[in-house]
Design a protein around this ligand. Structure first.
Ligand code: WTA
Length: 643
C-alpha cells in the first residue's frame, strides 16, 4: 500500500531547489553516465580548491581507484581557508550546545584560527604527515577542530566513538600504530559525566606506539595524568602561533580511517582519501540537503560514526553551512530537547535516524507539539530502513506536512550518500531511498551478477567507481578485495538486500551478512561472540539480531556454559554487562539465552539462520533468561541445512 503513496515536493520547494525537476535530475544522470570523468572533473574544478590540478580524473584498475590523479588539495583548506575570502568569514560555522545548556557559536574565521593553533600544537608534539591520531572525544567543538587540524597536516585521523570500551579502543590504536590519542576528561550524558580518560588509560597499557595523549578539560573531574605522556589541551596551546598553512596533499592522501564491523571478530579499518571524498561530501550537501546560504543545518549523529564525519564536519563545512552540534542525550532533561533546539536556533534542516524517530513516536506528540518548529524546511533520515509509519509521523508531526524527507542510503564504505531523493526533483515514497545519485550505478542482482526482475529481492551492488568510495582496508588489502569485490568480480557488493519497484525506486531491506544494525549502529555477530567466549563461564556463543520496535534490531545471544553451577539470572546480567564492557554499552545484548547445545550443521557451522527464526517468530518467548533445549531442533534442521 505504502508503495503507492507518492509525496512530490511542493511547487514552492522545487522552484527554489538546487535541482528543480525530475528532468533536471535525469539530465545530470545522463551526463554522468555518458562521460563520468568529464562530469566529476567539472564538478571537482568548480566545487573544490586545488593547489595543483590533477592530470587525470580517474584511474580505475578494479578494485583500485585513484581519483583526481596528481591533484593537490587539502580538506581543512576546503572547509575553512577558502571561505575566509568571502562573506562567509563571519558566518557561524559551528553552533554548539552542551547538554548542561552552555553554548558556543564559532565563526569560520574563528574556527580557522582554532584549527591552525591546534595543528601547531600537534606539530610541536612532533607529529607529521602520514602519522595516525586516534580521537576519542565527546561531542564538543574541539572534536571537529581536532579532525580539521589533523587534515590540515595530513595526519590520518581515526575517531573512535565515545561509547566504545577500552578493549575496542585498544585494538583500534594497535591496528593503526597511532602516535597520539586526543581525548577529554569526560562529557555529559543524561546529566551524568561519561568519563573517557580512564578508558584511554586502560587501553594504553598495551599500546607502545602512543607517545602523546592530549586531554581536553570538559567536565573538570579528577583524572590521572601520566607525566611525559599526557598533556592538557589548554596548556599545550599557551603561546602557540595562529598561523599554520594547510599542507598541499595528494588527492589520494588518506584523510581518515574509520573502523566498522564486518563479518569476523576483527573490525575493518575503512580508508578514505581526500579529493574524491571531499567532492562527494560537498555535492551531496547541495543535491540532497539542498543547502542554501541561510540554512541552519543539524545532523544529530555522533562524529564517532561516518555520518558525523561526512555530514557534521566535512560536507557542511566545505559547503559553507552553519552546522549545529549537540553534546548530549535527546531526552535530557526532558523528551523535548531536540524540539527545543530546533525552536531556539530556528533550525531549517534536520538529519536524524529512524531509531530516534521511533523513540520520539513512543514518547508522544505532546513533546514536539509544544514547540514552534516552523523554521524546518527539510528532513533527513539515515542508518537503517525507516518503516512507513515512522516516516509518516516524521512528515506530519515534525515536518508539519510541508518538508520533504530525504531517506539517505549509504555506508561507511561509500563515504557519502549514494541513494536518496533530490528533494526538489524526486517524489518520495515512505520507506524508499528512491533513486541513486548521478554517477552512481546501483543495481539489484542475483549471486551470479545478473539483474533480478523488478520487484524481486536481490543483492544491492554498485557497478562503477565513485569519488568518495573507500580505497582499501587499513593494512588488509586482501580483505578489501575478498569482502567487497570478489563475489562478482570488479563489482562492489554492499552487503545489503534490496528490491526495485516499477518506478525504479530502491527499497533497502537490510543486511545479508552477519552484521546487525542496532539503532543504526553496525555490530558484528562475530565480534560479540568473541567477547562472550572470553568470559570464563562461557563455552560457546551464537549471536543474532532480533527485530525490535524502536532500535530496528536488538542483540540476542545463545550461550552454552562450561561445567559448573551457575545462577542463570545472575550470570545473564553479568554477561550483558561483560559485552558492554568489552565492546561498548551500545552493544549490550537484550537477551542472553542459555542452551545445552547450539544448533550446528554436520560440518560444525552454527546455524544462525535457525536461531534468527527462533528469535523472530518468538518461538521461545520472553525477555527472561531461560534454558532452552535446542537439540531436537538442531538435529532436525541439520538435515536440511547442510552446506
Ligand atoms: C544500513 C551509515 C536502509 C544499510 C551511513 C547499510 C540503511 C548500513 C540506510 C551502513 C537507509 C544505512 N535505508 N538502510 N537509508 N542507511 N542503512 O556503515 O544496511 O554505519 O549497509 O553507515 O546501514 O551502515 P554504516
Amino acid at each position: 500500500m505504502s508503495e503507492e503513496r507518492l509525496y512530490p515536493p511542493s511547487p514552492e520547494f522545487a522552484a527554489h531547489a538546487q535541482v528543480k525537476s525530475l528532468a533536471e535530475y535525469r539530465d545530470l544522470c545522463e551526463r554522468s553516465a555518458r562521460n563520468p570523468t568529464e562530469f566529476w572533473g567539472e564538478l571537482a574544478e568548480r566545487e573544490l580548491h586545488w593547489f595543483h590540478k590533477w592530470s587525470s580524473v580517474l584511474d580505475w584498475q578494479a578494485p583500485d581507484a585513484r581519483w583526481f590523479v596528481g591533484g593537490k588539495t587539502n580538506a581543512s583548506y576546503n572547509c575553512l581557508d577558502r571561505h575566509l575570502e568571502t562573506a562567509r568569514k563571519n558566518k557561524v560555522a559551528i553552533l554548539w550546545e552542551g547538554e548542561p545548556g552552555d553554548q558556543r557559536m564559532i565563526s569560520y574565521q574563528e574556527l580557522h584560527r582554532l584549527v591552525c593553533r591546534f595543528a601547531n600544537v600537534l606539530k610541536s608534539r612532533g607529529l607529521k604527515t602520514g602519522d595516525r591520531a586516534v580521537i576519542y572525544m565527546p561531542m564538543l567543538p574541539e572534536l571537529p577542530i581536532a579532525l580539521l587540524a589533523c587534515a590540515r597536516l595530513g595526519i590520518i585521523h581515526s575517531v573512535v566513538f565515545g561509547g566504545f570500551a577500552a578493549e575496542a579502543l585498544k585494538t583500534r590504536i594497535q591496528d593503526l600504530d597511532a602516535q597520539v590519542v586526543i581525548t577529554a576528561d569526560g562529557g555529559w550524558r543524561r546529566g551524568k559525566e561519561v568519563k573517557l580518560k580512564p578508558v584511554v588509560d586502560e587501553a594504553l597499557i598495551d599500546c607502545p606506539s602512543v607517545q602523546n595523549v592530549i586531554v581536553l578539560n570538559r567536565t573538570g573531574s579528577e583524572v590521572a595524568m601520566e607525566s611525559g605522556r599526557d598533556h592538557w589541551w589548554h596548556e599545550l596551546h599557551e603561546g602557540v602561533d595562529e598561523k599554520c598553512p594547510a599542507e598541499m596533499l595528494d588527492s589520494e592522501h588518506p584523510l581518515f580511517v574509520l573502523y566498522t564491523s564486518g563479518t569476523t571478530g576483527k573490525p575493518k579499518g575503512i580508508v578514505h582519501t581526500t579529493g574524491g571524498y571531499m567532492l562527494q561530501a560537498t555535492m551531496t550537501m547541495k543535491w540532497i540537503f539542498d543547502l542554501r546560504e541561510e540554512d541552519t543545518y543539524w545532523c544529530t549523529a555522533d562524529v564517532g560514526w561516518v555520518t558525523g564525519h561526512s555530514y557534521i564536519v566535512y560536507g557542511p563545512l566545505s559547503a559553507g553551512a552553519t552546522a549545529v552540534m549537540y553534546e548530549g542525550a535527546p531526552d535530557f532533561p526532558q523528551p523535548d530537547r531536540f524540539w527545543r533546539l530546533i525552536e531556539k536556533y530556528r533550525i531549517t534542516i534536520l538529519y536524524t535516524s529512524p531509531t530516534a524517530i521511533r523513540s520520539f513516536v513512543r514518547q508522544g506528540d505532546q513533546w514536539p507539539n509544544g514547540h514552534d518548529m516552523s523554521s524546518l524546511r527539510l528532513l533527513g533520515s539515515v542508518g537503517e530502513p525507516i518503516n512507513p509509519a515512522a516516516w509518516e509521523w516524521y512528515y506530519k508531526v515534525i515536518g508539519g506536512s510541508r518538508c520533504p524527507i530525504v531517506d539517505t542510503w549509504w555506508q561507511t564504505e561509500t563515504g557519502a550518500i549514494m541513494i536518496a531523493p533530490m528533494p526538489g526533483a524526486i517524489a518520495a515514497k515512505p520507506g524508499s531511498g528512491t533513486l541513486p545519485l548521478p554517477g552512481v550505478q546501483a543495481e539489484i542482482v542475483d549471486l551470479k551478477g545478473n539483474p533480478v526482475e523488478t520487484g524481486r529481492e536481490g543483492f544491492l551492488i554498485i557497478r562503477n567507481p565513485w569519488p568518495s568510495m573507500f580505497r582499501t582496508l587499513w593494512r588488509d588489502p586482501q580483505r578489501y578485495v575478498e569482502n567487497y569485490w570478489s563475489r562478482i568480480p570488479g563489482v562492489y557488493m554492499t552487503g545489503d538486500a534490496a528490491r526495485q519497484d516499477n518506478d525504479g525506486y530502491f527499497w533497502v531491506l537490510g543486511r545479508v551478512d552477519d552484521v546487525m544494525n542496532v539503532s543504526g549502529h553496525r555490530l558484528s555477530t562475530m565480534e560479540i561472540e568473541s567477547a562472550l567466549v572470553r568470559h570464563p563461564a562461557v563455552a560457546e556463543a551464537a549471536v543474532v539480531g532480533k527485530p525490535h520496535e524502536i532500535t530496528g534490531q536488538s542483540v540476542v545471544c545463545f550461550v552454552t556454559l562450561k561445567k559448573g553451577n551457575y545462577d542463570q539470572q545472575q550470570l545473564g546480567d553479568e554477561l550483558r554487562k561483560w559485552v558492554a564492557k568489552e565492546i561498548g554499552s551500545f552493544a549490550r545484548p537484550e537477551q542472553i539465552r542459555f542452551t545445552d547445545a547450539l544448533p550446528k550443521t554436520r560440518s560444525g557451522k552454527i546455524m544462525r539462520r535457525l536461531l534468527r527464526e527462533i528469535v523472530t517468530s518468538n518461538h521461545v518467548a520472553g525477555d527472561v533468561t531461560t534454558l532452552e533445549d535446542l537439540s531436537v531442533l538442531t538435529s532436525l534442521a541439520a538435515q536440511h541445512d547442510e552446506d
